[in-house]
Write a protein that binds this ligand. Structure first.
Ligand SMILES: Cc1cc2nc3c(=O)[nH]c(=O)nc-3n(C[C@H](O)[C@H](O)[C@H](O)COP(=O)(O)OP(=O)(O)OC[C@H]3O[C@@H](n4cnc5c(N)ncnc54)[C@H](O)[C@@H]3O)c2cc1C
Length: 497
């Protein structure tokens, strides 16, 4: 097919999510001309759908709330949580910059950081939530890119090939997803910021073959189909730690998805109980993270479970998807529609009827709930079996009762394209591929594997945006603009030393 449109820019960016937008801002500020190619109809990627939470260590918001934190303390937690698989140099780099080059930088773009929350593995609360979640943060990046005037923003355009001559990347080929029109862009450097691969079940199962035969839900951004991984692999790039996928246990199929593959992450008060198909509890449900609940769920046979709630508990349910909220407001009618219409959610007026609808062993299930109710009634501090704190728990005794079927959901990719500290893509021999950069989830959030085996949370979006900035500045420098990435943290250090 003939090329209908051709362009020449200094820096081409594949993907208009958190990393791509941050890269565009840096490259434009350095003086480079930029083209951003996004296969979805709108910009934002997973970043705009996300909770927007970013791990920041030592912020004014933490200080205001009396939370003592520092990059050093966060570094220790991060390295322990990563279980020997986190990229130490990138962890240090990110943490040394998270205050100045993410938190304060975003504030200058118009972001308001609203609250700080705890997450498993962190000794200090450091998950910072922006006003209006991912939409608030990513919206500010989009507005800034538009204000700076990215020379070409091509939405509905999927990159299908990266062009290389004499060992150097010099552009790309893309196709309009509606018209089929071909586009060719030549550029002096190119940044892959195409997100993860958790919306591609074949890729997930290829790196986690032990999960074949189990029902796995997909929960990455809709564009997270691994295109950038394939494009980079074709050029000899090194891909690393791909098997480290961050799965959540508290997820149920999205009844609005006809394929039944996509899932929704739900949250609720921790006093729900989870039972396996045999009707038994298997975990301390207050530990619901990917490093605790997911391994517990994956040990069940079959690999699913049920979250059990009664009428008061169901009112605390939240769904981590923008469809179910308006700003910070939960849209209860939509949650009720999910509860009423999902074939994966059972409702009953008695626990016995609920057990039958779950097709579990009813006497075992009833004994499990009775055991939980007795522990609550006796005022125990912790239940005996899994040591769950019961201070906020209550008996499950007010109908209607609900059972929400839970399956493991692949949300975030902790492995990806290996890069150096300038985000230059490395080949198998650890040499940079000339002209090619990678940032964000396609690069395991930053560098290839910044998280390791587990994430402290907020360690996806934060490092994606930060590495996007780093990639944008160095790609512009390679194209002849600016001096590469220094960041305000570096400026501050050099002023004080
Ligand atoms: C529902 C949800 C909630 C989340 N909440 C949090 C949170 O609170 N905190 C946190 O740290 N992380 C969170 N994450 C993860 C976080 O959003 C991502 O890790 C982050 O957005 C990655 O940024 P990115 O720019 O690399 O990818 P994305 O933001 O996904 O952007 C990649 C873009 O590239 C485009 N693209 C892909 N292939 C092509 C192609 N061939 N041609 C052109 N364009 C292409 C995609 O369409 C997409 O728009 C969440 C993720 C989800 C799905």
């Amino acid at each position: 097919m003939s090329v209908k449109k051709s362009l020449a820019v200094d820096v081409a960016i594949v993907g208009g999510g958190g990393a791509g937008l941050a890269a565009a801002i840096e490259a434009k500020r350095a003086g480079a001309s930029v083209a951003m190619i996004e296969k979805a109809d709108t910009l934002g990627g997973a970043a705009i759908l996300s909770g927007g939470g970013c791990l920041v260590a030592g912020s004014p918001l933490q200080e205001m709330q009396g939370i003592h934190d520092s990059p050093d303390l966060a570094f220790e937690d991060w390295m322990i949580w990563g279980q020997g698989a986190a990229d130490e140099a990138w962890v240090r780099y990110y943490l040394d910059h998270s205050l100045h080059d993410l938190y304060l930088w975003a504030e200058r773009l118009g972001v308001t950081w609203e609250s700080v929350r705890p997450h498993e593995g962190n000794r200090a609360q450091r998950w910072h939530r922006p006003k209006n979640a991912g939409k608030g943060l990513t919206g500010a990046l989009i507005d800034t890119v538009r204000t700076l005037g990215a020379d070409e923003i091509l939405a509905s355009t999927a990159v299908i090939e990266i062009l290389r001559r004499d060992g150097k990347v010099y552009g790309l080929k893309a196709v309009n997803t509606h018209s089929g029109e071909r586009v060719e862009i030549s550029s002096k450097s190119l940044i892959l910021a195409s997100g993860g691969f958790n919306s591609n079940l074949d890729m997930v199962l290829a790196v986690r073959p032990e999960l074949k035969g189990s029902r796995i839900l997909l929960g990455g951004g809709p564009g997270a189909t691994g295109d950038g991984h394939a494009l980079a692999r074709d050029l000899g790039a090194q891909l690393t730690h791909l098997e480290h996928i961050w799965f959540y246990a508290h997820a149920t199929p999205d009844y609005r998805d006809p394929s039944g593959i996509r899932g929704l992450v739900f949250r609720m008060a921790s006093d729900t109980i989870w039972v396996n198909q045999q009707g038994r509890r298997f975990h301390d449900e207050s530990l619901y993270g990917g490093n605790s609940a997911t391994p517990a769920l994956l040990r069940q046979s079959p690999r699913h479970a049920w979250a059990i709630l009664d009428a008061p508990l169901i009112t605390t349910m939240e769904v981590a998807d923008p469809y179910y909220r308006s700003g910070a407001q939960i849209i209860r009618e939509k949650i009720q529609a999910l509860l009423d219409q999902s074939p994966y959610i059972r409702k009953a007026q008695s626990l016995e009827e609920l057990g039958r609808k779950m097709e579990t062993d009813v006497p075992t299930f009833l004994a499990t709930v009775e055991h939980h109710n007795k522990a609550c009634a006796d005022g125990l501090e912790r239940e005996a079996e899994f040591g769950k704190l019961l201070k906020d728990s209550k008996k499950l005794d007010l109908p209607p009762y609900y059972a929400i079927q839970m399956f493991p959901l692949a949300r975030k990719n902790f492995g990806g394209i290996k890069t150096d500290m300038k985000c230059r893509v490395l080949n198998q021999g650890m040499d940079p591929i000339c002209g090619l950069y990678a940032a964000g989830e396609v690069a395991g959030m930053a560098g290839g594997h910044i998280n390791g085996k587990a994430g402290l949370e907020g360690t996806m979006l934060g490092p994606s945006i930060f590495s996007g900035r780093v990639a944008g500045a160095w790609a512009a420098q390679e194209a002849g603009f600016g001096a590469g990435f220094k960041g305000d943290a570096a400026a501050l250090h050099s002023q004080t030393s």
